[in-house]
Ligand binder design. Structure first.
Ligand SMILES: [Zn+2]
Length: 329
């Protein structure tokens, strides 16, 4: 898989530009709140850089990078309800790549998930997808396991409707406000949402609450320890406020999930794109790898790049992480 398959360059550039404009337009209010580390709760964070008017801090205890000081939660909620970049993502960007993503992301995602459930001996009769979007993951799951009860939690009215039309039970709300599903699910999954969440701890506690004792939570997110984020740092397109505000480290992930009362926490980084992302960024801006002769040599050749990416993936060194954890009995 290549970055361009799932994030075509022209659409991505447009989206980045809109995000930067939204950041200025929706967050002109100067009120900022100083937060402890969103992963470990520590208060020893230092300013790392500013981007589009948003500060980012790095936690000295767990290494997590997070947007701080932070505008109010109300501003973020208003932003997601009616910003141009969010609507562009949902109405233009995602539909343009949906089928490519189905094949390259969602189908392998279901394969990986089902293998994890098998390994942990979790029988999935009930599954909740938090931030279900267009319902692609649930569709792929249903195709493979037609008998399971599948629930989509999706706060966006447009996307919730898409899931409803596909025949899924839908809760149209943010997950923290979902009632009547406590201890409901054998498996609760949440892909690519944690990096957007205002309060990761209460979010994880909610995922835990929806999971039956002995059931499993699986989350994917961006990991700051990974190659592309470490190499590109503030120049990374992934660091795009106001959308992405939490970049947990592997240590931070363990601490956060354990604070949320989950056990048997496992982190893997099955990412496939780090090298391609760095290569694309340096093609666009050669200064990024200025004087990094060895790194350039390593990634400019397809064969070496492929082997290096595999090395990153199996050693918790990719920026795309998966976390699984068990709700204690
Ligand atoms: Zn921390």
């Amino acid at each position: 898989m290549k970055e361009n398959d799932i994030r075509p360059k022209a659409l991505l550039q447009r989206y980045i530009k809109m995000s930067a404009e939204d950041a200025e337009r929706h967050f002109a209010d100067n009120l900022r709140i100083d937060l402890p580390c969103v992963a470990c709760g520590g208060i020893e964070s230092v300013h790392a850089f500013d981007k589009h008017g948003f500060g980012y801090c790095r936690c000295n205890i767990c290494g997590t990078l997070y947007q701080n000081p932070r505008p109010s939660q109300a501003l973020f909620e208003a932003f997601y309800r009616n910003s141009e970049s969010s609507s562009y993502w949902a109405k233009v960007f995602f539909p343009a790549v949906a089928e490519a993503r189905r094949e390259k992301i969602f189908r392998p995602r279901v394969e990986r998930l089902s293998a994890m459930c098998e390994e942990s001996k979790i029988r999935v009769d009930r599954l909740i997808d938090v931030g279900a979007g267009y319902g692609l993951m649930l569709e792929e799951w249903r195709e493979k396991f037609p008998g399971a009860k599948l629930v989509a939690i999706e706060p966006s009215a447009d996307l919730a409707e898409k899931c409803r039309l596909k025949g899924f039970e839908v809760v149209e709300n943010i997950v923290e406000q979902v009632k009547r599903y406590d201890d409901f699910s054998d498996l609760v999954v949440c892909f690519e949402v944690l990096e957007h969440v205002y309060e990761p701890l209460s979010f994880l506690q909610t995922l835990h609450r929806l999971t039956r004792p002995g059931g499993m939570v699986v989350v994917s997110t961006l990991c700051i320890d990974g190659f592309d984020l470490q190499t590109l740092w503030e120049k990374s397109n992934q660091i795009s406020p106001p959308h992405h505000i939490n970049f947990l480290s592997v240590d931070g992930i363990h601490r956060l999930f354990s604070r949320a009362g989950l056990q048997d926490i496992k982190v893997t980084t099955p990412g496939l794109l780090d090298v391609d992302i760095v290569r694309n960024a340096s093609l666009q801006n050669p200064d990024i790898l200025n004087n990094q002769r060895f790194l350039k040599y390593l990634i400019e050749d397809d064969h070496r790049a492929k082997i290096f990416q595999r090395f990153l993936s199996v050693n918790q060194l990719s920026s795309h992480a998966w976390v699984s954890a068990i709700s204690p009995d």
